[in-house]
Write a protein that binds this ligand. Structure first.
Ligand code: PGA
Length: 255
């Protein structure tokens, strides 16, 4: 397999600094220095430092859930790429549907964040995905195309190597309603086709495209067996060591 599988836990607004460190310790105790799969933990900002400390010397990497594109300044409540880097953050989730729907993140703003992240050696996990109404209206691929091309505008071929894409159908997030493997694979293949058009096949073949939306140990093996599904962005099932570790193991088995 040319693409290493990738499992990221998106803790959303869950876990204090202490709870996050405890969960991290539990996960590390079970998976150790796993290197067959890339594993990333994305706690809330307030737990980045404690989780980062727990991850010192480990192969599991630290991720944030958002950031502001500006370097510094009068942006009350915001956090910059540089601030994340100073806490040894490697990845940052950008354009998550919860940010898009609840906090007004547009494609243009997500693009600014993507470019700022890359300029600061942070690897974006760029999220795209349609709502239920968009799927039912036959707009899935058009929405994904708009979000992908919008998010990646100005990203160079060289920078693409640091980008991870996550396809998260909004109707499957936190709902227990997982996309069928066929539905997911169709969109993943389409994303790779778009990347091929933008950057050429050799680079597009290297980009990891994660699935997100009610992924759990029971449905992961089938999803991870799909040709263009290279891992998962996990919400609910990332909040407990047992289910998260099972997902990491499913990714190892699928490698
Ligand atoms: P979920 O969330 O696994 O709880 O559906 C996924 C996500 O929003 O990243």
């Amino acid at each position: 397999m040319i693409r290493k599988k990738f499992i990221a836990g998106n803790w959303k607004m869950n876990k204090t600094a202490a709870d996050g460190a405890a969960l991290t310790a539990e996960i590390l105790a079970a998976i150790g220095r796993e290197t067959a799969v890339d594993v990333v933990l994305c706690p809330p900002y307030t737990a980045l430092e404690s989780v980062g400390r727990a991850l010192e010397g480990q192969s599991v990497k630290l991720g944030a859930q958002n950031m502001h594109p500006e370097k510094n300044g009068a942006f009350t409540g915001e956090i910059s790429a540089e601030m994340l880097r100073s806490l040894f953050v490697s990845y940052v989730i950008l354009g998550h549907s919860e940010r898009r729907t609840m906090f007004g993140d547009t494609d243009a703003f997500v693009n600014k964040k993507t470019l700022a992240a890359l300029a600061n050696q942070l690897k974006p996990i760029l999220c795209v995905g349609e709502t239920l109404a968009e799927r039912e209206g036959g707009a899935t691929l058009a929405v994904v195309q708009r979000q992908l091309e919008g998010g990646l505008a100005g990203v160079t071929a060289e920078q693409l190597a640091s980008v991870v894409i996550a396809y998260e159908p909004v109707w499957a997030i936190g709902t227990g309603k997982v996309a069928t493997t066929a539905q997911a694979q169709e969109v993943h293949a389409y994303i790779r086709e778009l990347l091929t058009k933008l950057y050429g096949a050799p680079l597009a073949q290297k980009v990891r495209i994660l699935y997100g939306g009610s992924m759990k140990p029971a449905n992961a093996p089938e999803l991870l067996a799909q040709k263009d599904i290279d891992g998962g962005l996990i919400g609910g099932a990332a909040l407990e060591a047992k289910s998260f570790v099972e997902l990491v193991k499913a990714a190892i088995l699928a490698s």
